[in-house]
Design a binder for this molecule. Structure first.
Ligand SMILES: Nc1nc2c(c(=O)[nH]1)N[C@H]1C(S)=C(S)[C@@H](COP(=O)(O)OP(=O)(O)OC[C@H]3O[C@@H](n4cnc5c(=O)[nH]c(N)nc54)[C@H](O)[C@@H]3O)O[C@H]1N2
Ligand SMILES: Nc1nc2c(c(=O)[nH]1)N[C@H]1C(S)=C(S)[C@@H](COP(=O)(O)OP(=O)(O)OC[C@H]3O[C@@H](n4cnc5c(=O)[nH]c(N)nc54)[C@H](O)[C@@H]3O)O[C@H]1N2
Ligand SMILES: [Mo]
Length: 868
């Protein structure tokens, strides 16, 4: 449709082969690009891809990335080398018993982690010495190979130095999501300064976020069978969670559900589902929903049967005067606000249209679809929460759904469906266990620093992501606790050591080019990773680590499909000199005078056993029992401690199949209807709020958010719209769709994926015409914080006034500081606002046609770091 260049699949293998290791090359394009057909069929001799299967063993490996889904990823291992990849073909695909099919990224996993950019051995930046780090040369010089002994001694010495000279506030671990692997080590030493970013879901305080709770929406079988309208507020499963979420949606559509999509562009998922598009400017959804509320009230008065008054009065507080909570401190309610009783502005469809850009008639259309007579699901992605001013959006979504009574009934639901946990609701049928380590009481350790400097474990300091590089440069920041838990207060630090583990921070967090400046000021920057990341060329020491599929045996599996349990077989090979993050931490602990057992009490084998033994299966009445049968022989063979147990599948079968999955049927006992208990008996089954009901007016929310805001903003106990001023001279709003070529930071190093998806800036046809821009032109996108270069894609399927810069691309700065990698975080900066939310999706920018040196296509650049 249209001229939008969503992707340009070129089946050219040139760069794929160039990308690296012979083993990876042997996978060929068949592994990474095939697999769109759901049917199983035998491939014959002489098939175009030479499908006669070479000798070897297929094993299921971990495919654990930030996509929020876990799919089956199988590799064919022949003579210890992975030569092919495929996905779930253990049974025919059906809606009742779907395969756990992987996506194009998963199928490029081996290329991503075993390419030419794989880190092979420890390296040291040439001119770095303990006496003089030569920080100004970070990013400008090469590396030399060193031994693990030398590398670990250097890191341990630097840790000792910073803890004795400065203390925890000299150590920074920027990986906002993932620093998890090194936190136990740094906590033993005395703590560290963390970075706080609301990342995915917006404000977290008081659970006011668009985060996921697996039980807050109905099970997929109910959605497929019973929903009449499915409203998607900024969802994009077609790109963001390939596989079963889209499969479920398509089935719902085929069975008659009508889809409505709200967002700044008509995305691939809306396209796939023939959705009606309600166009909105990024960051204005709360205004849209207020307009919908006004229209619902108007339609209800005119024709009746639109607003579910019984629901509002029985299950909610604060919609109108009739149902105020006991602790209400002001005499206001949501209905009065919508009608303009307090500020003189009724939130009419025209009012909302002027702010959002959505036609007023579309707002009326939404109000009708949300009426109480319709079985409507109001589903949302997370993008709309990653906007400045989105603090009240979660409450607004809940309020609108409550106005139509869309909770607790078949075919009615409200919440996030379709990114995490494979797009369904309900407690897991197959519950992945854990390693049991969290249950152990660990001995108190003597910190390396002055004990008085160790942070209060309840309230350690955190720097907001927007301030983090400034904090490194200036030593000043605003401490607001983790994700805005305490009122912001000025604080100081003296960052000397940055521990970059499991992160690609420079691409994932704001102010990418300020990071370069900041990194050049510190004593020591350590990068510990699988392959060369965009931050790695600035590191002083680089440590190569193992990929999850090579070794990680007790994986956090919370994102697995509700219905299945994937059994991963670690490949066990140690490529080059890579070691696990845990091994590195243990080596460092020893060098620092600790006993690693005091930090990691269980062996990796014991962790693995505990994780298997504690995995559970639910029966149709909701009771859990052990999933896996484990015998004494299994325990002896693993060399661990434990008791034999009876489950529903034995270890050998599980290993062979790589999965255990429960087939479903419509109307079975697993069909979860969210909040059904609360609706049946609200007194006996209250929701988790002060009143035990849905709080359309929540006193605690208003008070708490107002006391915690960075810029003196105030929040009402009910949802209101917070207008955002843009930066003068930057007339367009940038948003960042999570793009198919990567899963967060991962996979963006894959040359074949870069070739297939060139990550263009999508711009509205009228805005492009005004700037003389055509599809394929190079454009310079600027903000007050930085500049990037990208190819343009001109489209009518994006609203005027907004551009889409794909999320996931890695920065690549040229000598002038222009980012030729096109990372949106080069453009996002400024001071934290409101609750300090990550406002990635409403950033002020401008776009010009680029007339300088031509762009090199992304697939012709690859970052490889090797010793010289
Ligand atoms: N391929 C791929 N998949 C991923 C990821 C990835 O990086 N790549 N990341 C994973 C992660 S960590 C997360 S948190 C999820 C993210 O999941 P989401 O946040 O749901 O995904 P996005 O792609 O950011 O946005 C979904 C849609 O919302 C639209 N949108 C953007 N801004 C707004 C707005 O202000 N209002 C409305 N109504 N719509 C808006 C976008 O155009 C897009 O089409 O995806 C996960 N899946
Ligand atoms: N501009 C903009 N920025 C965004 C977003 C946006 O929409 N726009 N989205 C935000 C969102 S929703 C999210 S969730 C974040 C995610 O951003 P990231 O923090 O980049 O997320 P991941 O890619 O999951 O990061 C994990 C890193 O750990 C590495 N890793 C994996 N396994 C191992 C291991 O065993 N050892 C080590 N040492 N490393 C390992 C991965 O390769 C990856 O580099 O990005 C956020 N940033
Ligand atoms: Mo995320």
């Amino acid at each position: 449709m249209g001229e939008i260049k969503l992707n340009s699949l070129k089946m050219d293998r040139r760069s794929f082969v160039a990308a690296g290791a012979a083993a990876a090359a042997a996978l060929g394009a068949s592994a990474s690009l095939y697999g769109c057909d759901n049917r199983l069929s035998e491939t014959g001799e002489g098939d175009a891809e030479g499908a006669a299967q070479p000798a070897g063993e297929w094993v299921t490996i971990a495919c654990s990335h930030g996509c929020g889904t876990r799919c089956m990823n199988k590799v064919l291992v022949s003579d210890g080398v992975v030569i092919r990849q495929k996905t779930d073909d253990t049974h025919e695909d059906s809606i009742e018993y779907p395969q756990q099919r992987g996506c194009l990224r998963g199928r490029a996993l081996y290329e991503s982690q075993m390419g030419a950019d794989r880190l092979k051995y420890p390296m040291k930046r040439k001119s770095w010495t303990p006496e003089d780090p030569h920080g100004d040369l970070r990013g400008k010089e090469g590396y030399e190979r060193i031994s693990w002994e030398e590398a670990l001694d250097i890191v341990a010495d630097q840790l000792k130095k910073v803890y004795t000279e400065v203390g925890p506030k000299g150590v920074y671990t920027p990986g906002c999501l993932s620093g998890g692997y090194i936190r136990p080590l740094l906590n033993a030493c005395g703590g560290y300064l963390g970075v706080s970013d609301t990342i995915s879901f917006g404000t977290h305080t008081l659970r006011v976020s668009l985060g996921h709770s697996s039980t807050s929406v109905n099970d997929r079988m109910d959605m497929i069978e019973n929903a009449e309208n499915i409203i998607m507020l900024g969802n994009n499963p077609g790109w963001g969670s390939n596989g079963n979420p889209s499969f479920n949606f398509r089935e719902a559509r085929d069975r008659g559900a009508r889809f409505i999509y709200i967002g700044p562009s008509y995305n691939v998922s809306a396209n796939m589902l023939d959705a009606k598009w309600i166009p909105v400017k990024p960051g204005t959804d709360t205004a849209l929903l207020l307009g919908v509320a006004h229209e619902m009230l108007r339609l209800d008065e005119e024709q009746g049967n639109v607003v579910d008054w019984d629901f509002l009065h029985k299950y909610c507080v604060g919609f109108d005067e009739e149902s105020m909570p006991a602790d209400a401190a002001i005499n206001e309610n949501f209905r009065g606000y919508v009608l303009g009783e307090y500020d003189g502005t009724p939130k009419t469809a025209e009012w909302a249209s002027a702010i959002t850009g959505a036609p007023a008639a579309d707002i009326t259309f939404l109000a009708e679809a949300l009426g109480k007579e319709h079985a409507t699901i109001l589903s949302h992605g997370y993008a709309s929460a990653r906007c400045n001013g989105a603090e009240d959006l979660p409450q607004a979504i809940m309020t609108i759904a409550a106005m139509g009574g869309h909770f607790g009934k078949p075919g009615h639901a409200c919440g996030n469906y379709f990114v995490d946990r494979c797009g369904t609701g309900g407690d897991p049928i197959c519950m992945v266990g854990d390693d049991g380590a969290a249950d152990l009481e660990l001995p108190a350790l003597t910190p390396l620093c002055d004990p008085s400097l160790v942070p209060d474990p309840e309230h350690p300091d955190y720097v907001n992501a927007l301030e983090m590089w400034d904090a490194v440069i200036t030593g000043q920041y605003t401490n607001s606790g983790r994700r805005g838990a305490i009122p912001p207060e000025p604080a100081t630090c003296d960052i000397r050591f940055i521990y970059g583990s499991r992160d690609n921070t420079i691409r994932a967090t704001p102010n990418a080019n300020r990071m370069v400046e900041a990194l050049r000021t510190v004593d020591f920057f350590l990068v510990q990773h699988i392959f060369a990341t965009a931050s790695a060329p600035y590191a002083d020491i680089i440590l190569p680590v193992l990929a999850d599929f090579e070794h990680d045996i007790a994986l956090e599996g919370g994102d697995q499909d509700r219905e299945g349990f994937l059994f991963y077989t670690p490949l066990g090979e140690t490529p080059y000199e890579a070691h696990s993050d845990r091994w590195i931490a243990e080596q460092l602990l020893e060098r620092l005078g600790y006993n690693p057992k005091d930090v990691y009490p269980y062996t990796e084998e014991q962790c693995y056993f505990n994780y298997l033994a504690s995995s559970r299966i639910m029966d149709e009445s909701g009771e859990y029992s052990p999933l896996i049968t484990i015998t004494q022989e299994d325990i002896d063979a693993m060399g661990v401690e434990g008791e034999p147990q009876q489950g529903v599948v034995d270890l050998a079968t599980l290993r062979e199949n790589g999965i255990y999955q429960v087939p479903r049927s419509f109307g079975d006992g697993y069909t979860h209807i969210a909040y059904a208990d609360f609706i049946a008996d609200p007194e006996a089954n209250p929701v988790n709020s002060a009143s035990g009901k849905f709080e359309i007016y929540c006193q605690e929310k208003g008070d708490k958010l107002s006391s915690l805001a960075f810029g003196g903003e105030t929040y009402k106990p009910y949802a209101t719209y917070h207008e955002q001023a843009g930066d003068e001279g930057y007339p367009l709003l940038m948003f960042n769709t999570h793009y198919p070529r990567s899963a967060c930071s991962d996979f963006d190093n894959v040359t074949t994926l870069r070739e297939a998806f060139d990550a263009p800036v999508t711009i509205n046809a009228a805005d492009a015409a005004a700037a003389g821009i055509k599809t394929g032109d190079a454009v310079l996108v600027s903000s007050p914080y930085g500049r990037i270069l990208r190819p343009a894609s001109v489209s009518n399927q994006i609203v005027p006034g907004a551009i889409d810069v794909p999320n996931g691309t890695w920065p690549d700065f040229d000598e002038e500081g222009i980012d030729r990698g096109g990372c949106p975080n080069t453009l996002y900066g400024g001071k934290p606002k409101g609750m300090g939310v990550s406002g990635y999706n409403n950033v002020s920018v401008k776009v010009e046609k680029w007339t300088g040196e031509a762009l090199t296509p992304d697939d012709e650049r690859q970052l490889v770091i090797d010793a010289e």
